[in-house]
Design a protein around this ligand. Structure first.
Ligand SMILES: [Zn+2]
Length: 163
C-alpha cells in the first residue's frame, strides 16, 4: 500500500490517493475537487500495460537476494575487522548490518511469493478490475486518445464488421 499525489491540471487541487504498491489502476483519474478527469501516467492499467516486472520475475529477487547476502557477509567481515583490529566501528557499518538482512529477507519473501503463485493471484485480482474498466468503451477511447496501446480484444467488443 502507498499513496500517490498528483496536481489536478484543471483546478490545481493536490489529489492524494491511496494506491497499491505497483500503482495498478486507471491512469485516468478524477479530481476530487472539480470532478474533471486528468492523466496520471504513473498508474499502470494491467489489461493494457501488463503486470509490473517486479511482480512476475523471480530472478530479480534471486539476484538481489544473492547480492544483499554477499554484501552482508562483507559488512560482517568489515565490522569484525575494524572492531577487533582497529578498535572502532561506525554508524555506517551498523546501518549496513541492519539494512542488509532486511533487504535479503525481503528479497527471499518476494521470490517465494512469485514462485508459489501468490503474487500471480494478487495480479489476477488487479487484472480482473482492469478488465472491468475496459468494458467501458468511452474509457477505452480515452486511453487510445492518450496514446495507450490497447490490445485488440478490448477494441472489437462492439461486434464490428472487421472480423
Ligand atoms: Zn480539479
Amino acid at each position: 500500500m502507498g499513496y500517490s499525489e498528483a496536481k489536478c491540471p484543471h483546478c490545481g487541487k493536490m489529489n492524494r490517493e491511496m494506491c497499491n504498491a505497483y500503482m495498478y489502476g486507471s491512469p485516468i483519474r478524477t479530481c476530487r475537487k472539480c470532478g474533471q478527469k486528468y492523466l496520471n501516467r504513473r498508474y499502470r492499467e494491467p489489461a493494457v500495460q501488463g503486470f509490473d516486472q517486479r511482480t512476475t520475475d523471480p530472478n530479480l529477487y534471486k539476484k538481489s537476494g544473492i547480492i544483499c547476502a554477499a554484501l552482508l557477509v562483507l559488512a560482517v567481515i568489515w565490522y569484525r575487522f575494524t572492531t577487533r583490529n582497529l578498535g572502532y566501528y561506525t554508524n555506517y557499518q551498523v546501518g549496513f548490518l541492519v539494512m542488509l538482512p532486511i533487504a535479503t529477507v525481503g528479497s527471499i519473501i518476494q521470490y517465494i511469493r512469485i514462485v508459489s503463485g501468490s503474487m500471480d493471484k494478487a495480479n489476477h485480482k488487479f487484472l480482473a478490475e482492469s478488465e472491468e474498466r475496459m468494458k467501458d468503451k468511452e474509457y477505452v477511447a480515452e486511453l487510445l486518445a492518450n496514446g495507450y496501446k490497447v490490445p485488440e480484444k478490448y477494441l472489437d467488443n462492439d461486434g464490428g464488421e472487421n472480423g
